[in-house]
Design a protein around this ligand. Sequence first.
Ligand SMILES: [Cu+2]
Length: 149
Amino acid sequence: MFRSARLVVLVLLFALGLAACTAAPKGPKIEVQDPWARSSPMAAAMGAIYMKLANKGSEADALVGASTEACKMIEFHETYQKEGGAMGMRPVEGGRIPLPPGETVELKPGGLHMMCMHKQIPFEPGTKFQLTLTFEKHEPITVEVEVRK
Ligand SMILES: [Cu+2]
């Protein structure tokens, strides 16, 4: 009787230990902050989308894709200085944006950004659309993007 009670306690402790292990924060934890798109005339085929991507986990991750009904395709671009001083933009290397653990990567005007190719809706101030982000490790995240001036 005493022995079996002790066994039950041991089994319970073991089960609690397992539960604690699976509940511990592991891997990348990505938080998307302030997603917005810059308003642009419908005549312009492209539009820019910005946001902050905070990796609050302990593991490196990378943004590898983005999709929305508002664009036929989304490319990740970086801004760079061309010879002679003019600013240009080009797709980021490997089509991925690295997200180091404990860091926040900012997509902003004049820097990294998402390029909406072949806009499907007008990018007018106040317009909102859903955007799904895919990562190397983290599960996909869908956010609402607001168009601003
Ligand atoms: Cu661009």
